[in-house]
Design a protein around this ligand. Structure first.
Ligand SMILES: Nc1ncnc2c1ncn2[C@@H]1O[C@H](COP(=O)(O)OP(=O)(O)OP(=O)(O)O)[C@@H](O)[C@H]1O
Length: 315
């Protein structure tokens, strides 16, 4: 089996009495592009800081490219690019000058340094601002200069803490394109609050809530999930439930209480056997028994549904 690029086992981080990360486990395969999601204070940055060796774990362990973050931190850092949430830059330096300086610090080979910087400027779509002073750049450009910096030494693993935060939609799109292109070649773990963007670029998402992992799955699996039928019809739960349950292929009925149905109506989620579309049968049965339908639709689970469920759990 290929060695995971990131491996986290029973990792816990306490800040005094605050348990920021609570015995989490996950692995990221080489080349995977994984979205790390969670509400404010869920534990994303803390996990990332442990992975990038900036913070020691309280217990458990983490490895990056096979190196232990506690005991082999130099090796971890050698093969890792980290973009913190707010990128610290020297405002009086020009973009290119800054990247030269950073490349030197990272021991990027002198003979290929200029070529490498050119490549990173191009990758992060900041060629046009290469001679600008960092202090005069907008947040989006500063963020992408930070991203170019993380790429300089061609690290195998990139950890990006909210690379899209505070950017306008155009800047978000540009940054997102740059991040997407990094997948495959690099292993990328990035945190974000922008679910539609995460859906656009990631292979997989991990959702953390109050320091615990609540969901870890491939986006392709979410897209392929069995759709649910939502039905709202005149009648009471007691009248409608047995009718729906009696339909061939229907496995489970769940009354919908989150969105209150209109007076005199009841609403349900109907879960049927995989591959079976029961909408016509539902319509036929309810019509036959004199229960007019107000709403009948097929709903496929989206990342947002999973996020809401995972991020609300335990609140
Ligand atoms: N230096 C610190 N000292 C004490 N508590 C901290 C410290 N840093 C973070 N915390 C707490 O740890 C928990 C996790 O915080 P963390 O910053 O990892 O969350 P996050 O998911 O990155 O949130 P956000 O999306 O707001 O950046 C929170 O309860 C936070 O208040």
């Amino acid at each position: 089996m290929t060695q995971p690029a990131i491996q986290v086992q029973d990792l816990t981080k306490n800040y005094g009495p605050v348990v920021a990360v609570d015995r989490i486990n996950f692995e990221v395969a080489p080349g995977e592009l994984v979205g790390f999601l969670g509400n404010n204070g869920a534990g994303k940055s803390t996990t990332m800081r442990v992975l990038t060796t900036f913070l020691p774990a309280s217990s458990g362990y983490a490895r990056v490219n096979g190196f232990d973050v506690m005991y082999q931190s130099d090796d971890v850092r050698k093969h890792l690019g980290y973009l913190p949430e707010s990128v610290p830059l020297y405002s009086e330096m020009r973009v290119e000058e800054y990247l030269q300086y950073r490349a030197k610090l990272k021991s990027v080979d002198r003979t290929t340094r200029t070529k490498r910087i050119d490549y990173c400027l191009d990758r992060c779509r900041i060629k046009g601002v290469r001679r600008r002073l960092l202090g005069t750049l907008s947040k989006g450009y500063r963020q992408r200069v930070g991203l170019a910096d993380t790429l300089l030494a061609d690290p195998k693993v990139l950890i990006l803490d909210e690379p899209l935060s505070g950017l306008d939609p155009v800047q978000q799109e540009e940054t997102l394109k740059a991040v997407k292109e990094l997948g495959g070649q690099h292993t990328v773990l990035f945190s974000s609050h922008h679910l539609p963007d995460v859906e656009k670029v990631c292979d997989r998402v991990i959702i953390i809530n109050r320091g615990r992992i609540k969901f870890d799955g491939k986006l392709s699996a979410i897209a392929a999930s069995v759709p649910t039928v939502v039905v709202e019809a005149r009648g009471t739960t007691a009248q409608l439930e047995p009718l729906l349950l009696g339909i061939n292929g229907v496995l489970e009925i769940k009354p919908i209480t989150a969105e209150a149905p209109a007076e005199g109506f009841a609403a349900f989620e109907v879960h049927a056997e995989p591959g079976l579309d029961v909408r016509e049968k539902v319509a036929g049965r309810l019509h036959e028994k004199g229960h007019p339908i107000r709403r009948l639709e097929q709903r496929r689970e989206k990342l947002e549904d999973i996020y809401m469920r995972s991020a609300m759990r335990g609140e």
